[in-house]
Structure formats: structure tokens, C-alpha cells
Design a protein. Structure first.
Length: 83
């Protein structure tokens, strides 16, 4: 069994109000020196069997059509090492 991670983030040109709210709250909580915060989503997929090129292509298709809104979000698919 392998784990594939899909990280989804708003595109840089899209405003991130949740990230901005977190950034504004950090100094009030004693966390100084943070210039910017962007909030995203992380999906961890446990895949039966080996992750070959066909499996990665299928996961990429899943991310593009279901996990991310590609109009406003970018995503990265990566395989994590087995533990």
C-alpha cells in the first residue's frame, strides 16, 4: 500500500481571505515575523498496490476534476515513502 498526497492551494493571483485572517491574528497571539499566510488543502490517498504511471495519471485526473477547482487553485501530486 502506498500513500499519494495531493496538495491544493489557491493560485497566487487569487485573494485568500482565510490566510489573511490567520496572518492578522498571529501577532495578537505572539507570533511575529510572518509576512504572508496562504491556506490550502491536503488530501492523503492510500492506494492499494504499487503507484505506477497509470495510477498517478488517474490520481492526477481525480485531482483535476474533483479535488481542486482548477480555475482558482493549483495542485501538486506526490508519492510519499512507505512507513
Amino acid at each position: 500500500m502506498a500513500r499519494v498526497v495531493v496538495d491544493v492551494m489557491l493560485k497566487p493571483e487569487i485573494l485568500d481571505p482565510q490566510g489573511q485572517a490567520v496572518q492578522r491574528a498571529l501577532p495578537r497571539l505572539g507570533f511575529d515575523g510572518i509576512a504572508d499566510v496562504r491556506q490550502g488543502k491536503r488530501f492523503e490517498l492510500e492506494v492499494d498496490g504499487d503507484v505506477d504511471e497509470a495510477a498517478l495519471a488517474r490520481i492526477h485526473e481525480m485531482a483535476e476534476t474533483f479535488l481542486a477547482n482548477t480555475v482558482i487553485e493549483d495542485f501538486v501530486v506526490k508519492v510519499e515513502e512507505s512507513k
